[in-house]
Design a binder for this molecule. Structure first.
Ligand code: PA5
Length: 486
């Protein structure tokens, strides 16, 4: 528009040889130039607003949907967004996560930072005990930012981080016990209810190991509990034993808790700048409040619901980064537990490319046409891997000599995208830009917001999980827990 106005004003000034009577050239050209500045300035402002944004590209869904379909959803999406942020929908007593991001550290965040410093100094290993929403977030962020092999070469000063209490495998337990032998370690016990069986068993065992090694007083310095502010067995234990505690606010559900101490303590111990992450989440809170289809939250939430209505019942959330696998697991819980109820919901699956192109690729390309994909992209890192030449060229790779690995990755992405779209699989792409601590905070908040909006469009309560509670109750009954008899 700016260019058009500029071009028209120039045309206006120079093309007319003779001024019409009473025409005020100067005034008109001044107006045109002023208009041009106004448009350019507003464009700069918009850049300010939008430069953080995760770019959601929905151009590869048009084979299955039309722009008209999308625009017809505007009121539905607007209502869902308003219902969420105004707290007028079902589950509105669990909206505390909306306001967790802060620019400056709170007293609790400062305590987290000093606990993390102490743990980093006195421990070779930090064990994080928790399951579901009390585990996936921190593991997702650590692996995304530091890679799946983040523990290699770590020790005191920058401890290894292992996770426990997220299953009932004896083999996994034996392995962990072996890893902790002769190591100085500390633990964080994370459980909102304080009664979940898997973390409770791991807590009992690890606490005894600590007490045998350091004595009760020494162990006390190495046990941190993250739980409800007042209720539950873990809260009671922590109070009686004098462990340092951090709070999971009562109005924040497990899968929305990564920006509480649930995520913040393990991430700070891992050396991640938690205030950078929080600032990324504040950016997201401010930026994605936009109430229009320019908001990528709207685009993502609306398109996935439209695709679902068109028979696409499975979403594959995928990336070309191996470190993204656990992040996919976090997303899977967020969307699966939030939307899978009342006989509805998109099944959340995850994939790691290019590895899974050699396994799931066939199914995506030619199987039942009930799949859509959401492909998450990050900028390539600055440090490049350049493919070298080889005199014999027996592998036939010399045509790539001098090319970088990310050049090949980019072509793999474009090739996959084209193949899947041609095969009738709509693909949403999410371009996240640079991968850093701040971006991960933004991404967490962006996806939580998208999930809340999407679930309200679907017509379900995004904040309960009756199915999970049922399994827990059945297990208590089968184990003979007092109070759960038939
Ligand atoms: O999202 C949820 O609410 C669940 O996945 C819980 O986080 C999980 O069951 C663990 O519960 P708790 O933190 O009470 O031990």
């Amino acid at each position: 528009v700016a260019l058009l106005i500029c071009w028209m004003s120039l045309l206006y000034i120079f093309r007319r040889k003779k001024p019409a009577p009473n025409e005020n050239y100067r005034k008109k050209s001044f107006t045109c130039v002023w208009l041009w500045f106004a448009v350019e300035y507003s464009r700069t402002l918009r850049k300010d607003v939008f430069h953080y944004m995760i770019k959601v590209d929905i151009s590869n869904v048009w084979g299955q949907l039309t722009l008209g379909d999308l625009l017809a959803m505007e009121k539905e999406v607007a209502d869902a967004h308003t219902t969420l942020v105004d707290g007028t929908g079902e589950g509105n007593d669990f909206l505390g996560w909306l306001n967790l991001p802060v620019r400056e550290p709170t007293e609790e965040i400062k305590r987290i930072q000093s606990a993390a410093k102490k743990i980093r100094e006195n421990s070779d290993v930090f064990v994080v005990i928790g399951i579901g929403g009390s585990y996936l977030g921190p593991r997702a962020a650590i692996e995304l930012l530091q890679g799946p092999n983040h523990n290699i070469g770590k020790g005191k000063g920058n401890p290894q981080i292992f996770f426990a209490g997220n299953g009932l495998s004896t083999r996994h337990w034996n392995e962990l016990q072996g890893l902790l032998e002769d190591k100085d370690f500390s633990i964080a016990i994370i459980s909102k209810s304080g009664t979940t069986t898997e973390p409770a068993i791991a807590t009992r065992a690890l606490r005894w190991m600590l007490e045998r090694k350091y004595g009760t007083a020494g162990a006390k310095e190495r046990i941190f509990a993250i739980t409800d502010p007042c209720k539950g067995a873990l809260r009671q234990m922590a109070t009686e034993e004098g462990w340092e505690t951090f709070v999971i606010p009562q109005n924040v559900g497990g899968r929305y808790s990564v920006l509480t101490p649930v995520g913040l303590l393990p991430l700070a111990v891992a050396g991640i700048d938690i205030m950078e992450m929080m600032n990324g989440a504040v950016d997201a809170k401010e930026t994605y409040d936009l109430r229009s289809f320019e908001n990528p939250v709207w685009q993502y939430a609306a398109v996935r619901n439209l695709l679902y209505r068109n028979g696409k019942a499975i979403e594959i959330f995928e990336s070309f980064e191996p470190g993204f696998k656990m992040f996919g697991g976090w997303w899977q819980q967020l969307f699966g537990e939030s939307e899978g109820k009342d006989g509805k919901g998109i099944f959340p699956a995850t994939a790691e490319f290019t590895a899974d192109l050699h396994s799931l690729g066939q199914m995506i390309q030619s199987g039942v046409r009930n799949i859509f994909e959401t492909m998450v992209r990050f900028d390539a890192p600055e440090k490049k891997m350049v493919i070298g030449g080889d005199a014999k060229n027996l592998d036939g790779l010399n045509y790539l000599e001098g090319r970088t690995l990310d050049f090949v990755d980019e072509k793999a992405f474009l090739g996959t995208l084209a193949a899947h779209v041609d095969g009738g699989v709509p693909v949403i792409t999410m371009d996240c830009g640079e991968l850093n601590d701040r971006k991960v905070g933004e991404l967490f908040y962006f996806l939580e917001l998208s999930c809340g909006v999407s679930a309200y469009i679907l017509g379900v309560n995004p904040f309960n999980q009756p199915g999970v509670e049922l399994y827990k109750r059945n297990m208590f009954q089968l184990l003979g827990k007092p109070g759960y008899e038939k």
